[in-house]
Design a protein around this ligand. Structure first.
Ligand code: NAG
Ligand code: NAG
Ligand code: NAG
Ligand code: NAG
Ligand code: NAG
Length: 192
């Protein structure tokens, strides 16, 4: 009799302990989910590297042909999970009109890593030359170009913490023609 009571009591205690442990685990998972494993947006920048070394007058002499210029896309994944994005296209504009584009093939960016990807911008010199702002800016010695890319993708960690969304990146590049220097400032925004 006494033994039966004790074992029933033991069973009850065991259930309470299990429940407490489960609650603690749930709290830890939720806390981790909101803290270190909370998905953070990757930081993306586009640098139009090719523009500073390109012989622009030469490019404009063959204005009818597309010029291929390398650009560097840097993707920093601050997450404890991999970031995966889909195929996309980067657009380069000058005073709001499209002058070039470059495909970017989708890939994984491992957790807490920075990757550099070289893309090839297909620039249409004629579009620059025929832009009404071109002459004045060229004479002033600097050209301002904007590169944009929109990357649909997701961050996941152990299949528990997942974030789907689109990351939009805008970069303003000023090419100082005489000094052959290009400076970029970028902004990334997560669109859920
Ligand atoms: C992404 O682009 C690569 C290279 O162009 C192609 O092989 C692949 O099929 C594309 N993937 C999708 C999902 O469109
Ligand atoms: C030149 O580049 C543009 C995009 O920048 C593209 O639409 C067009 O097809 C390209 N033309 C040639 C001949 O490759
Ligand atoms: C990516 O490129 C930048 C600029 O050239 C460089 O500072 C950085 O070290 C590179 N990072 C990696 C991981 O290659
Ligand atoms: C180009 O951008 C730079 C930096 O934002 C700015 O100082 C300059 O006035 C711009 N030039 C033109 C022609 O818009
Ligand atoms: C790029 O330039 C535009 C127009 O001058 C400005 O509104 C925008 O904030 C700039 N973006 C960055 C990332 O510098």
């Amino acid at each position: 009799m006494a033994a039966g009571k004790t074992s029933r009591g033991g069973l009850k205690l065991c259930c309470v302990v299990t429940a407490v442990i489960l609650v603690i685990i749930a709290i830890v998972v939720v806390v981790l989910g909101f803290t270190i494993f909370k998905p953070r947006e990757p930081i993306i920048s586009i640098h139009l590297l090719g523009l500073k070394t390109t012989n622009l007058p030469m490019l404009f002499m063959n204005a009818k042909q597309n010029a291929t210029l390398p650009a560097l896309v840097t993707i920093e994944n601050p997450n404890y999970g991999a970031y995966k994005y889909k195929n996309s296209t980067s657009h380069v504009t000058f005073h709001g009109s499209l002058v070039g584009e470059a495909p970017l093939v989708g890939r994984y960016v491992p957790a807490r890593r920075v990757v550099n990807i070289t893309i090839h911008v297909s620039l249409v010199p004629e579009k620059l030359l025929t832009n009404p702002h071109f002459e004045k800016d060229y004479e002033a010695g600097n050209l301002n170009l904007t590169s944009t890319i929109s990357l649909p993708g997701k961050v996941s960690f152990l299949k528990i913490f997942k974030m789907h969304g689109r990351i939009d990146t805008w970069c303003n590049t000023t090419v100082f023609l005489r000094a052959k220097v290009a400076e970029s400032t970028c902004e990334t925004r997560l669109i859920m």
